[in-house]
Design a binder for this molecule. Structure first.
Ligand SMILES: *Cc1c(COP(=O)(O)O)cnc(C)c1O
Length: 219
């Protein structure tokens, strides 16, 4: 199947309230344009340099999502154009995003990445760090970021019940934060291998790469 066919099939299978991020990391601009041609406007990348290069040459109505681990010293390269940063996993990083957004006179939407995987290889805040952060005055005073949701990655496993349990845990946390953070509206969970489970467990934003663009050689 072509990229267009695969994308169409996935889009028609998603409930209307679920937003699709087409994860295009490592793929050439020509592949992204195929998806663009049939209406895809949200693309996810995990390297700031690669995302910036694609942003420079591609149509300007694309929303670029940074889904990877972000190094603080590189935030400045995407602050002008990034539309959503999924992987905010420390208060320091959030403060740097705020600082760089201010320079461009904008507010950058962010998702807090929460550590839900039972394996300990994935990045993310744990619940204690999260609660300490959001209760602080410093957090309340950040004017150039908006925390619009949470992001999580399940353990890399074939154990579906474990994946479900991890997503469920994040949804419970999301619900408990809704009254503390008024801007919350996005729960970003689910990739090619587990997005159906993620949606059943409350995801409203899925990040799908290989099921649209095919397998990647690297990363
Ligand atoms: C690569 C990546 C995805 C997409 O993975 P696929 O399995 O190709 O769908 C989703 N989320 C993050 C954070 C990624 O790095």
């Amino acid at each position: 199947m072509s990229i267009k066919e695969k994308l169409k099939e996935i889009k028609t299978s998603l409930p209307s309230e679920v937003t699709l991020v087409a994860v295009s990391k490592t793929k050439p601009v020509s592949d992204l344009l195929e998806a663009y041609e049939i209406g895809q406007r949200i693309f996810g990348e995990n390297k700031i340099q690669e995302m910036t290069q694609k942003w420079e040459v591609m149509p300007k109505d694309i929303q670029w999502h940074m889904i990877g681990h972000v190094q603080r010293n590189k935030v400045k390269y995407m602050a002008e154009f990034v539309s959503l940063i999924h992987g905010v996993d420390s208060f320091k990083l959030l403060k740097e995003i705020d600082k760089q957004a201010k320079k461009h006179n904008r507010v950058i939407d962010c998702l807090l990445q929460i550590h839900i995987a039972e394996e300990d290889t994935k990045f993310g805040l744990d619940k204690n760090e999260l609660h300490t952060m959001i209760a602080s005055d410093e957090f309340q005073q950040l004017e150039n970021i908006s925390v619009v949701g949470l992001m999580g990655m399940a353990t890399f496993t074939t154990n579906q019940e474990q994946i479900r349990r991890e997503f469920k845990q994040l949804k419970t946390l999301y619900n408990s934060l809704e009254e503390k953070i008024e801007t919350l509206s996005i729960l970003s969970t689910g990739m090619s291998g587990d997005y159906q489970i993620a949606i059943e467990e409350g995801s409203n934003m899925v990040r799908i790469g290989s099921s649209i663009f095919g397998a990647r050689n690297i990363h």
